[in-house]
Design a binder for this molecule. Structure first.
Ligand code: AHR
Length: 491
């Protein structure tokens, strides 16, 4: 069925900037994320730059990922960073206890920094608080950021990095309520006070310290932690939530009901983020604001288990989930300082999948690419007549986000309906005139369509002919994402 609705755009009413950092990513020493997906080693027949695969560099560079979290995850609280520096053949092999695999330590601090450089992203390091010492954590900061005449700095220089890496974001432990030490929030806060005192003193005010925040079934963690940090708030720049969505769902053979549940759970993520934002505002001081980050999020389906290195397929449903989630994050502005989807390659909701020398882009990758014009633009006010949702689910069937850069307006629309096409009458409420320049689309017949190594382009970005649409009535088919770019022309 074709249903009419109306979208009113207000190009002169800007709300706030679309925060670039929400398009961050996360990599961990887990399954084939780093070894296979990023690192193949210098001797590999797979084309590489100093061991880092070139196809991965090219694919990720194109996305201009703002920030990349590393080395975990649960792995972070068992990682000893000195294992991963110096000559490769002298690096120890350890047991990666969380993901039940050997850790050869070929990819360490310098390799991570080089990778960040090659793809043009800002590094974010998560320190080991669960099983490491304060001195070990503090000295990693010195090794990376100091320029003084110390033994650690000399070591860094001998290992090839004359200049400091100047890492800005430092996480103090990961999920310390479970894999990071099974702590109570009060105990974590006490330990955090000790760790962050020395980390801050080493890194100075230029570094941002990120505390472990809650997950959805333990939300009281945040308040109990913040309460215990009273008097030492300046040591906390952000708390970071982890919110995965999906869990009991299968990645390919899901039902319609399960699809509705996944989309409607974006609302849980939104409410949870807003709760944390309000809470941190309440605990912020006049001269020191505590902000919110979500440094792990995305879909996690039942197929992704330790035995397969948390691998799962990524379908059109993941693309729709990602697009609507980003619309939600846009609305939160700078109150949500950063998000990092888990994980970039071959693990959970990946951007890329690799097999030997092959690399394919997932539907989620294409959403990151499609939404690039939104980033750092100004979010615009709009009014949308929402079509009626007959699915007994509580979300809006049409999701929209509109942003404006100097000469362009960029509209992204998501139709979550399984059958109906919406005809959207566009009304520009503005001094200037805007003309439609470009339409792009991600969509397919069925929700579980995905890319694989035999058919790598089942889901991709399609450029649509402008003649396929009237200029002021846009048609968007079921289960699809459309972006419209308008150019400004003065009246
Ligand atoms: O991303 C996979 C794992 O999920 C991370 O290691 C951990 O922090 C979370 O539970």
């Amino acid at each position: 069925m074709n249903l009419r609705t109306k979208l009113e755009i207000f190009p002169d009413v800007t709300l706030h900037k679309v925060n670039n950092n929400i398009y961050g990513q996360f990599i961990e020493h887990l399954g084939k994320c780093i070894y296979g997906g990023i690192w193949v080693g210098k001797e590999s027949p797979i084309p590489n730059i100093n061991g880092i695969r070139i196809d991965t560099i090219d694919a990720l560079k194109n996305l201009e990922i703002p920030v990349l979290r590393y080395p975990g995850g649960c792995f972070a609280d068992s990682y000893h960073w000195m294992d991963g520096i110096g000559e490769h053949n002298k690096r120890p092999k350890r047991l990666n206890i969380w993901w039940n695999q050997p850790e050869k330590n070929e990819f360490g601090t310098h390799e991570f920094m080089e990778f960040c450089n090659l793809i043009g992203t800002e590094p974010y390091i998560c320190l080991n608080m669960g099983s490491g010492t304060i001195e070990e954590a503090r000295s990693w900061v010195e090794y990376c950021n100091s320029n003084q005449d110390t033994t650690l700095v000399k070591m860094r220089r001998e290992n090839g990095a004359e200049k400091p890496f100047n890492v800005k974001y430092w996480g103090v432990g990961n999920e310390n309520w479970v894999c990071g030490g099974n702590m109570r929030p009060e105990y974590y806060a006490d330990l955090y006070r000790r760790f962050s005192t020395y980390i801050r003193k080493t890194g100075g005010e230029d570094i941002k310290l990120i505390a472990c925040g809650s997950y959805p079934s333990f939300i009281e963690w945040d308040e109990r932690y913040l309460e215990s940090m009273k008097g030492a708030e300046s040591l906390v720049d952000f708390i970071s939530l982890h919110i995965y969505t999906g869990w009991t769902l299968p990645c390919l053979e899901f039902t319609e009901t399960e699809y509705h549940k996944l989309i409607s759970d974006i609302g849980i993520m939104e409410r949870n983020l807003k709760r944390a934002i309000n809470l941190t505002e309440a605990y912020s001081k006049k001269d020191h604001k505590i902000g919110v980050i979500m440094d792990e999020w995305g879909t996690w389906y039942k197929e992704a288990v330790v035995e397969n290195g948390l691998f799962q397929q990524n379908t059109l449903m993941d693309a729709l989930f990602t697009a609507v989630s980003f619309h939600t994050f846009h609305n939160l502005g700078e109150s949500l300082h950063m998000t990092n989807m888990a994980q970039t390659a071959n693990v959970l909701q990946s951007l890329i999948l690799t097999k030997g020398d092959q690399l394919i882009k997932t539907p989620t990758y294409h959403v990151f690419e499609l939404f690039k014009p939104h980033r750092n633009s100004s979010l615009l006010y709009h009014k949308l007549e929402q079509p009626k949702n007959n699915y007994k689910s509580d979300y809006d069937l049409l999701s929209v986000s509109i942003s404006k850069s100097e000469n362009e307006i960029f509209v992204s629309l998501v139709n979550l309906d399984l059958e109906d096409t919406f005809e959207i009458e566009l009304d520009f409420n503005a001094r200037d005139e805007y003309s439609l320049k470009e339409i792009k689309k991600i969509g397919a017949e069925k929700l579980n369509i995905h890319n694989n190594f035999d058919e790598p382009e089942n889901i991709k970005i399609e450029n649509m002919k402008l003649s396929s649409q009237e200029s002021n009535v846009i048609k968007i088919g079921p289960i699809s994402i459309l972006t419209l770019t308008f150019n400004k022309s003065h009246k």
